[in-house]
Write a protein that binds this ligand. Sequence first.
Ligand code: F6R
Length: 617
Amino acid sequence: MCGIVAYIGKRQASPILLDGLRRLEYRGYDSAGIALWTDGGIDVYRKAGRIENLRKAVSEANPPGDLGISHTRWATHGAPTDENAHPHKDQSGNLALVHNGVIENYISIKDQLLAEGHTFQSETDTEVLAHLVGKCYDEGEETEPQAKLVAAVQAALPRVKGTFGIAVIHSDAPGVIVGSRLGSPLVVGLGKDEHFLASDVGAIVAHTRDVIYLNDYDLVTITRHGYDVSSLDTNRTASVKVSRVDFTEDDAEKGKFEHYMLKEIYEQPQSIRNALRGRLSRDEATAVLGGLNMSPMELRQIDRIIFSGCGTAYHAAMVGEYLMESLARIPTEIEFASEFRYRNVPTTKSTLQFVVSQSGETIDTLAALREAKRKGLRCLGIVNNVASTIARESDGGVYIHAGPEIGVAATKTFTSQVTIMTLLSLLFGRIHHLSSTDGLEMIDELEAIPEKIESILKQAPRIKEIAQKYANAEGMLFMGRQLNYPVAMEGALKMKEISYIYASGHPSAELKHGIIALVKPDLPSVFIAPDDAVFDKNVSNIEEVKARKGPVIAVTTEGCTDLERIADDVLYVPPCKSILSPLLTVVPLQLLSYYVALARGCDVDKPRNLAKSVTVE
Ligand code: F6R
């Protein structure tokens, strides 16, 4: 949530910062701003609304300056206005700061500063932090400005409670930017005679692929010619490792697609192939997942599994529960990460916990990981972002290798997470009950999935027509049974978040227990009813909706024509082993929500009130 980009070098800073912010806009998009060091001091430009508003204002002024910090905001404290946009200045007006995260004790610090005569222009916690660092600077020992700025940051941060990723500049120190992090990601970009700070490598990958992912409590200074990483905590030494980013600027672009979401839906055949690559052993009829860092003996002792995550990752975990219980017969539980951290979930000595997260930065999921580790559980990650905090803090895990996901609505990462859950279930299954013949059959079926998704994507024009027909619906119900119940939940979430149509997902059989009261002619129901063991049960539920004049869109299996006569619209997915059907049935639902949102004129990639990575509680 919120994005930071900072630049120091020999080029004009403002175009680099604006381009970086554009690439980080998915992290928050209700206001944005930049601060540039110029001869006369620090100039700040801030605008409520999309980055485009800021770009227009800055481009008109075309400010010089080869040092600057910038920010795109997702409001926590204070409405999205020009005044609340970052960067914020201190009392003297000489220091500017951008911040991701939340300062929990900002009210008490603000009261103290008010009593000392400080005045504030915004309602934000960040302005309070800027004033605190500025005060530490003004009261600091007389030394050269660069060292004084570092000392001020070092003195101020231990006084705050909460989370932060920050970048700070001072008008007296024209050659340095100071940054630090605790709980909010920050990465240093290393260029030739130029350096960067950013919340996400995507913002700077156009300029450099050599980066240092900072750890909590790191304190960094970047200058034109170098960088220095030290620690806020004097009892700890900072460890510095230069990494090479494994994707390019083009991977994070929309290319020929109108929206990132559509591009990412179409990437699914490839992202699933990436998730499977090198992880299937035909000889052993199992999955090979070295990143778990566990021997077959240790794996065999696992008697309970907990999956936790939020939103789409939680839905993928729900599919994982079904997979693990059917293939491996291991009792499996799923928990919203936000609940797990506050519950006292009973565990056994051999419980294994997985945290599932695309970004690897979701604060609730990170907290669930830390709680599990505190309890002494082995906790593994199923993560996309390889440099993320969850990836680094977990005891091992499996990367989903889906590539950058920029659209705020998760799509390809859902299918990649489910693919990984299938591999895990196959691995555990083969350790316990699954025969090699069944293992090989799973491998064959899994390998066929990408091509089957390609054939579903060809139905996009038909799905678009259906979407236009239902675009004005006042609400939608999504229904499925067994593994397609989580798909119903996921379909409803996609519909809500990008088209703002209220939608809810349910097990089909729950219809009669209350939900059917909602059924009426302008409330369509989407049934996920592949040709499996519970198909007939789903048909009965569809009949119940039709009997009450509710329109029905059904997703079923090619060759199964029974629904043509009952449902209003039918979408088909290729046949597959029923346990793998979520990997196929979710795709038409993703396209349906995309085209409904498009027909309603919604901003598909940047839905209102949302941000891609939720780093506040
Ligand atoms: C929905 C969506 C969110 C995320 C959730 C978890 O489309 O994107 O529900 O799935 O915020 O995010 P990660 O996976 O980054 O932990």
